[in-house]
Design a protein. Structure first.
Length: 201
């Protein structure tokens, strides 16, 4: 697995990642904060997360999306942290989150399901995650990328849930994933680092 670089996460419990075309967005669970970071790890700004259990992030080209593992509520946020709208999802412990250009995707680490949602919160479909403790998600324009906290693997999946390939995550606490158009970004709660990864593994 090819780590290109890494830097310390700004908080103590790194969880979610998203990429907006220029900056990373990162959620810290214990600090209840969402950070905007440059690609060297410098904090541009931060604001309060919309819920105490805010874990993962997605970006739709204009807005951030968050998901809260405590309440199973999805929130759409502007880039100042204001909530545009929110809705509940049928999940016991949603933890990974992604936007595919049209729909949202989330993973549940209790049920180990990955689900596709429309922007009103209706489930379009679900399939079993490849591991037994589903965590992070991102979308690269064609495929989902997904990590698992039990297998410590990062998987490339088609949109039916078939595994294209997998490789080892850089440490033993894999959580958030983001895609910047070329590279994967990944955070780990054991090392408290954010990694830039080559997708080839």
């Amino acid at each position: 697995m090819a780590v290109i670089k890494s830097f310390a996460a700004p908080g103590t419990t790194p969880f979610g990642l998203a990429f907006d075309g220029k900056y990373l967005w990162h959620s810290d669970w214990a600090g209840r904060l969402i950070y905007q970071l440059d690609l060297k790890g410098n904090v541009i700004k931060s604001f309060a997360a919309p819920g105490a259990g805010t874990v993962s992030l997605g970006f739709d080209g204009k807005y951030l999306w968050t998901i809260d593992e405590n309440t199973s509520v999805v929130s759409q946020l502007d880039l100042k942290g204001n909530v545009i709208k929110s809705f509940g999802v049928p999940s016991e412990a949603p933890i990974g989150f992604a936007f595919d250009g049209t729909d949202l995707w989330f993973s549940d680490w209790y049920t180990d399901l990955i689900s596709q949602l429309d922007l009103k919160g209706n489930v379009i479909k679900s399939f079993a995650a490849p591991g037994t403790m589903a965590t992070g998600l991102t979308f690269d324009g064609k495929y989902l990328w997904h990590c698992d906290d039990a297998t410590h693997l990062i998987y490339q999946l088609d949109l039916k849930g078939n595994v294209i390939k997998s490789f080892a995550s850089p440490s033993t606490g894999p959580l958030g994933l983001a895609f910047d158009g070329k590279y994967l970004w990944h955070c780990d709660y054991v090392t408290d680092l954010i990694y830039q990864l080559d997708r080839s593994g």
